[in-house]
Write a protein that binds this ligand. Structure first.
Ligand SMILES: C[S@@+](CC[C@H](N)C(=O)[O-])C[C@H]1O[C@@H](n2cnc3c(N)ncnc32)[C@H](O)[C@@H]1O
Length: 211
């Protein structure tokens, strides 16, 4: 975990949550609908404003959120009473048992980790996923090629091909990898990756959703 990044979220949680609630991550939602297993235990790692937890529950994915920031968890619970949001952080995902979830969302979090923690983060995402389960992952490129934005948050540049290798080393099979435009700032490039933790009886890969 990057302490400076966490401090920014702690300090700015109300404004950030309001901003994130105003966005609709259409592409990620299409991917969740296409690849997640309905009715199965689901987690949103780095759940932020809680926006996606509400959407997941409404669409048949019973979801629990995890976030490193106490202030973000508090804001999410205020905005959406009854939301289940718990403390845990990448890379370790302490407190989450092995094979707990069939569906995992990790949207806009990975680039906040120092490069040296990326492999451990991916290994722990794989650890908490059940065989046959799927992970929808997204991360954004940096604004000017720099690693830290003026507000202090870390944006580690992640090469999608390198990440695909790291996911493979963790035993995850890449089902889809694609660039997409962000909901809040169309000038920033995002990458979405969908992976599966293989199992003998894993369901067939569904067709890709149209953009
Ligand atoms: C850019 S926001 C994304 C929130 C949400 N997933 C979304 O797509 O709107 C990043 C979130 O990740 C959390 N976060 C940052 N570093 C983290 C880490 N190492 N482990 C878990 N959560 C982290 C922050 O507190 C914040 O809520």
């Amino acid at each position: 975990m990057d302490q400076r990044t966490l401090e920014v979220y702690e300090r700015t949680a109300p404004e950030r949550c309001a901003l994130y609630r105003s966005a609709e991550p259409r592409r990620l939602r299409a991917l969740a609908l296409a690849f997640f297993h309905p009715g199965q235990p689901t987690a949103d790692i780095g759940s932020g404003s809680g926006r996606d937890l509400v959407w997941l529950a409404r669409h048949g994915f019973p979801a629990v959120g995890y976030d490193a920031s106490e202030a973000m968890r508090r804001e999410a619970a205020l905005a959406y009473p009854g939301l289940d949001v718990r403390p845990s952080a990448l890379p370790g995902l302490a407190g989450i048992a092995d094979a707990s979830f069939v569906n995992l969302l990790c949207s806009a979090v990975l680039m906040h980790l120092p490069r040296a923690q990326l492999a451990a983060a991916v290994a722990n995402l794989a650890r908490v996923l059940r065989p046959g389960g799927r992970l929808v992952l997204s991360f954004r490129g940096t604004k000017d090629g720099g690693e830290r934005e003026p507000d202090g948050r870390l944006f580690t540049p992640i090469r999608p091909d390198r990440l695909a290798s790291t996911l493979g080393v963790a035993g995850l099979r890449v089902l889809l990898r694609e660039p997409y435009d962000g909901a809040l700032r169309p000038d920033l490039r995002w990458t979405a990756v969908v992976v599966e933790k293989p199992s003998a009886g894993a369901p067939r890969v569904p067709g890709l959703p149209a953009r």
